[in-house]
Design a protein around this ligand. Structure first.
Ligand code: C2E
Ligand code: MG
Ligand code: MG
Ligand code: MG
Length: 287
């Protein structure tokens, strides 16, 4: 029957197909509604100096305060927003929010003078022709210097179209923003391309951190990335540090910065302001 009716009949009569089309349309409408009605929020997770344990940066992490389902993490909606394109306006909103928030902390607290903010970019945002203008406008409107902003991209985004990625990275670099490779080690970076890219920071994925205190193979891998960072003059950040043992091991290896529940979960702006004057963030009271 599908054959006789051609493509349209397939779209109409296949129940799984029409369900997913409906669901997609519904999700798009929900996300659009949420953007218009200010249902998104940004939380900020501490990034600390591995030696002093002082706060050096925060990563902006988006949440959806859903009127019925409660607080939703990115896994509930980022992929959908990426598929339907709404990630571009949503990502722009997060970027503008994060820049404005850093400017606010700085206005309120002298200790925030050196604080930086990290913002994740999605693949679609990274390919979007208006990205550089969006970033430049977000910085200007917040009155923020470009060097205070670090944009996080993943290896797959870089390797999908290396020439285009290189051009975008250089345009962002000309603005003066810093660039980080997120989830490093989970993708397929080519070392020869990595060398040519204007990247400032390598964020080592949590999967290498989880057992680094007990698994010699993970020690060797993280050690290799630390060496890579040193050779390419890129800073290293370890993600997902939860225990003192992991922190000790990573510090010994020579990782520069750390992020994880040990130092703090994603938090409201007011909670971050309180951490600015903290002597150390490895105290479990802050977690
Ligand atoms: P990511 O950029 O790698 O961010 C780190 C994720 O690891 C965050 O999850 C953070 O809460 C979590 N995390 C940090 N430390 C620990 C730890 O010690 N233990 C554990 N179990 N988890 C830890 P979150 O906030 O759920 O975000 C997940 C991902 O969603 C992010 O991974 C990022 O890829 C994406 N994402 C978040 N916000 C945005 C955004 O504004 N735009 C885009 N495009 N993607 C975003
Ligand atoms: Mg990230
Ligand atoms: Mg990551
Ligand atoms: Mg991730």
């Amino acid at each position: 029957a599908a054959k006789r009716g051609g493509r349209n009949a397939y779209a109409i009569f296949d129940p799984t197909m029409s369900m997913s089309v409906l669901e997609e349309a519904q999700q798009r409408a929900d996300l659009e509604h949420a953007l218009e009605h200010d249902e998104f929020r940004v939380l900020y997770q501490p990034v600390v100096d591995m030696h002093t344990q002082r706060l050096t940066a925060v990563e902006a992490l988006v949440r959806w305060q859903h009127p019925r389902d409660g607080l939703l993490g990115p896994y509930h909606f980022i992929a959908g927003a990426e598929a339907n394109g709404l990630i571009v306006p949503l990502g722009r909103w997060v970027l503008r929010q994060a820049c404005a928030q850093l400017a606010r902390w700085r206005a309120e607290r002298p200790e925030a003078a050196g604080l930086k903010v990290n913002v994740n970019l999605s693949a679609r945002q990274f390919q979007y022709a208006g990205l550089v203008d969006d970033v430049s406008a977000a910085l200007a409107d917040a009155g923020l210097d470009a060097a205070s902003l670090t944009l996080e991209i993943t290896e797959s985004m870089l390797m999908a179209d290396i020439e285009a990625a290189k051009e975008t990275l250089h345009a962002l670099r000309r603005l003066g923003v810093r660039l980080a490779i997120d989830d490093f080690g989970t993708g397929y970076s080519s070392l020869s391309y990595l060398k040519q890219l204007p990247v400032d920071v390598i964020k080592i994925d949590k999967t290498f951190v989880d057992e680094v205190h007990i698994d010699e193979d993970d020690v060797a891998l993280v050690d290799a990335v630390a060496g890579l960072g040193q050779a390419l003059k890129m800073q290293t950040v370890a993600e997902g540090i939860e225990t003192d043992e992991q922190w000790e091991t990573l510090r010994r290896i020579g990782i520069d910065h750390g992020q994880g529940y040990l130092f703090g979960r994603p938090a409201e702006p007011a909670d971050i302001a309180a951490l600015l004057s903290a002597e150390t963030l490895s105290d479990p009271q802050h977690v």
